[in-house]
Design a protein around this ligand. Structure first.
Ligand SMILES: [Zn+2]
Length: 182
C-alpha cells in the first residue's frame, strides 16, 4: 500500500512539506494560479483494494428470497429498536436477547443496503453490480488541517453491462500514514 503511494506521485506524503514545496516550485506572479497549483500538488492518489462482499453475496440473496425486500427492512428496524429497548432493562436474560436482536437487526439492514446497492439502475435485475477495475483513493488536505479522502469505485452489471461509478467521501484527521487501511 505504502509503495503504491510513493510510485504514484512525486510529492512527499507529508502534506505540510509539500505545501511549502508547492509555493517554491510555482513561484508565479499570479497568486491565484499559485494557490491552485498548491492544491493540486497536495493531493495524493493511490489504489486501494476492492471491497470484499463475499459474506453478503452469499447470504443476501437467501434472506431477500425468503422474506422479500420490504420485510427485510422492517425486521431490521424492529430488531434494532427492540434490541436497544431490551438492553435498557437491567436483566442478564434480556441482555442476551437484546444483543441477539441487535445483531439480527443490523444484519438485515446491511442485507437491505446490499440489495439496493447491487440492483441495476438500467435493467433492474437484483444482485447485478460487480466491482471492476482498480478502485482509487485521493486524499486532499483541507485548510483546517484535516484530509478529505475520496474513494472511487466502478461497478458493472453482469447482465446488461451498465457501468456505475461511485464516490465515497470521508474526512480523516491525520496524515495518510496513520490511516489504518493496511
Ligand atoms: Zn443491468
Amino acid at each position: 500500500m505504502k509503495d503504491q503511494t510513493k510510485t504514484n506521485s512525486s510529492i512527499k506524503v507529508n502534506t505540510k512539506d509539500s505545501q511549502v514545496n508547492g509555493d517554491i516550485i510555482v513561484g508565479g506572479h499570479n497568486s491565484t494560479i499559485v494557490k491552485q497549483t498548491v492544491v493540486q500538488d497536495n493531493s495524493i492518489k493511490y489504489n486501494v483494494d476492492r471491497e470484499d462482499n463475499s459474506f453478503l453475496e452469499t447470504i443476501a440473496p437467501i434472506i431477500i428470497e425468503k422474506f422479500g425486500k420490504m420485510k427485510v427492512l422492517g425486521i431490521g428496524i424492529a430488531g434494532i429498536i427492540s434490541g436497544i429497548l431490551s438492553l435498557m432493562i437491567p436483566s442478564p436474560y434480556l441482555f442476551w436477547i437484546g444483543f441477539i436482536l441487535l445483531i439480527v437487526g443490523f444484519l438485515f439492514i446491511i442485507v437491505y443496503k446490499h440489495h439496493s446497492n447491487t440492483q441495476c439502475k438500467k435493467c433492474n435485475r437484483e444482485f447485478a453490480y460487480e466491482e471492476i477495475g482498480n478502485p482509487e483513493a485521493r486524499e486532499v488536505p483541507t485548510h483546517d488541517g484535516l484530509i478529505k479522502k475520496t474513494i472511487t469505485r466502478t461497478y458493472k452489471c453482469k447482465f446488461c453491462g451498465d457501468v456505475d461509478t461511485r464516490n465515497t467521501n470521508k474526512t480523516i484527521d491525520s496524515k495518510p500514514d496513520s490511516d489504518k487501511r493496511d
